[in-house]
Design a protein around this ligand. Structure first.
Ligand SMILES: Nc1ncnc2c1ncn2[C@@H]1O[C@H](COP(=O)(O)OP(=O)(O)OP(=O)(O)O)[C@@H](O)[C@H]1O
Length: 297
């Protein structure tokens, strides 16, 4: 039997607003097996980032958010974990990479200091010398040419591509079981983004890290993911292997999303102007891609 790293069942989210409840997620179910790279793909505002933030336990703190559903991480119901343990998971067994490294690297601390903080989360007693040695090895893994020098640098002294690699190195430093990658590299130019993604793929493959890959770029998803969930306005509309989805997109929304991919770059932000009633058609599950425990179609 395959081990499941993450299982989400019937996740619902609403925000209390001055105008009443704004429902954002309408019962999302998904799972990621160990070592699997799963993409959640959909246009802007469809609910990808909020899903990631709920997995990390970040949205639960927001008083205006009303969340229900089940979240299981390596067989443990996350809602039953005491806050301190849930907090400990972040940056150790679960970590996240953001699209723009400048939003997560702190400009006022040297990279070495930030690395030390990351490593301390998993190993509170780690000395500066030990963490330095580890950080050098991790930076070498992501092909940073002079790791010692990078550790002495501030993020604004490094290029965008270097910062992205530093962020990948930090996110993987504690060997998490789950990596959430939110549009990694979108802030970079296309070639650097492709290199960064390849590097990330090689590393997660090597360590059997499970990945939730969030993107609106279908070209990138095709390169990176084993399996794909297509999300539209807070609902999963199609789930398939990456190969199956591109060979045989079945849901009207997926088809619209695919045809909106700019032809030249094979990526970019699709914009689907017309909201069609067809996009609200029921979920399409490709053969063998259902949720564990649910009846297969
Ligand atoms: N704190 C909040 N309060 C109210 N509404 C919110 C809040 N955070 C997100 N939303 C709403 O939830 C919906 C989903 O947002 P989310 O950021 O998950 O979209 P996304 O699919 O990640 O889009 P993008 O690709 O642009 O990042 C949006 O309509 C957004 O306006």
């Amino acid at each position: 039997m395959t081990a499941t790293t993450l299982r989400i069942a019937d996740l619902r989210l609403g925000f209390r607003t001055w105008a009443g409840m704004a429902e954002v997620l309408h019962g999302i179910s998904l799972h990621i097996d160990k070592g699997e790279r799963v993409a959640l793909v959909g246009e802007s505002g469809s609910g990808k980032s909020v899903t990631a933030r709920i997995i990390l336990g970040l949205l639960q703190q927001l008083r205006s958010a009303r969340i229900s559903g089940t979240l299981e991480f390596e067989g443990t119901d996350l809602d039953r974990l005491p806050d301190a343990e849930r907090h400990r998971l972040r940056g150790t067994k679960m970590s996240m990479i953001f699209q723009d490294p400048t939003s997560s690297l702190n400009p006022v601390y040297r990279i070495g200091t930030q690395f030390h903080e990351v490593l301390k989360r998993a190993e509170p007693g780690i000395t500066e010398a030990e963490s330095r040695a580890k950080a050098v090895a991790r930076l070498a893994d992501v092909a940073i040419p002079d790791p010692e020098r990078a550790l002495e640098s501030y993020s604004f002294q490094l290029s965008g591509g270097m910062n992205q690699r530093v962020m990948i190195a930090m996110a993987l430093a504690n060997e998490p079981s789950l990596l959430i990658a939110d549009e990694p590299g979108t802030a970079l130019d296309v070639t650097v983004q492709a290199q960064t993604l390849k590097l990330m793929r090689d590393l997660v493959e090597e360590h059997h890290t499970s990945v939730l890959f969030i993107s609106h770029n279908l070209g990138v998803v095709r390169e990176f993911a084993d399996r794909v969930y297509v999300i539209y306005k807070g609902r999963i509309v199609e789930q398939a292997t990456a190969e199956g989805l591109f060979a045989d997109p079945r849901h009207p929304y997926t088809r619209a999303l695919l045809s909106a991919v700019p032809r030249i770059t094979g990526g970019g932000i699709p914009e689907i102007e017309d909201v069609s009633e067809d996009y609200f058609q029921p979920l399409v599950v490709h053969e063998g891609c259902g949720e564990p425990g649910e009846a297969r179609p």
